[in-house]
Design a protein. Structure first.
Length: 283
């Protein structure tokens, strides 16, 4: 057997991987050539993480950011922050890291990742989710998707009650300010699809109650159908059936949770004017 990444370089390694794991990697390249990498560490509270962190009944998590000026050969740890599901991106002359700590939180660097602001909340008393999915640029704006937990009545993994929210901001604005962002309308999986009405073979693979999970076998739960981990796609091929010549239609590509792998969900967002983005099904 040949190891594909035989000559890999470690950016970070957990001191106790059985208890504290590493998640959610992200990386960007600045114009200077500097690389900025982000990760998240987390695990059980029986082994406390030092520094800023998110704590909940499920455990603890902490974000970390690193920089490299030699094409990734060596890395310097720059900061820790209490944000999860984050990804780095460039907008104007600043670098940002956007994620969630329940509410949406963002931090900013104006010196190419050397120093960072304290987290700034973009929402209040909300619950968000995501993975470090892609960042899209178009029309002088940056586009990012985060997933809002619209419904909180699921006993278990709540992908049934989340809505992918496309967020847009002008790249030259201060993106630590809530007023710099336009949020698309909410469309939760539950509001669009009732799995009881589906007649697809094997979708869902296991029938579950509407608001709780079933145990397929010992230690193997299956939760109600839903979607998550959203990426942005904009079709630029004029011959594609979903191409929009105005440049104001974006498709959201999501992993479908059906109890089985290999399925995706797609919706689209249309910019109807400068302050409004509408999320609707793609047909």
């Amino acid at each position: 057997m040949e190891i594909l990444a035989d000559n890999f370089i470690k950016i970070y390694e957990s001191e106790n991987p059985l208890v504290i794991g590493c998640y959610s990697p992200g990386i960007i390249r600045l114009e200077s050539g500097r690389l900025i990498a982000t990760i998240e560490i987390g695990g059980k509270k029986t082994h406390p993480i030092e520094g800023p962190k998110i704590e909940s009944d499920l455990g603890q998590s902490q974000g970390k950011v690193f920089t490299s000026d030699d094409k990734g050969q060596t890395w310097q740890h720059r900061a820790d922050y209490a944000i999860a599901h984050a990804r780095p991106f460039i907008a104007g002359k600043s670098v940002y890291i956007l994620g969630q700590a329940g509410d949406l939180n963002i931090i900013k660097s104006d010196d190419d990742g050397v120093t960072w602001t304290e987290p700034v909340k973009l929402t209040n008393n909300e619950h968000w989710h995501q993975a470090p999915c892609n960042v899209h640029y178009a029309n002088g704006n940056v586009y990012i998707v985060m997933e809002k937990k619209v419904y909180n009545d699921i006993n278990g993994w709540n992908v049934n009650g989340v809505a992918p929210i496309l967020m847009r901001a002008n790249v030259n604005d201060d993106l630590t300010k809530r007023e710099s962002w336009v949020f698309a309308s909410e469309l939760a999986f539950r509001d669009l699809i009732d799995e009881k009405d589906l007649d697809y073979f094997g979708v869902p693979f296991y029938e579950t109650p509407r608001r709780t999970f079933i145990e397929v076998s010992k230690g193997r739960p299956c939760h109600p159908m839903g979607w998550l981990e959203t990426n942005i796609v904009q079709f630029v091929d004029p011959d594609h059936i979903w191409y929009d010549e105005t440049g104001h239609t974006f498709h959201l590509w999501m992993r479908a949770h059906t109890g089985k792998t290999g399925f995706a969900c797609i919706v689209k967002v249309i910019e109807t004017n400068y302050n409004t983005m509408v999320t609707i099904p793609e047909k």
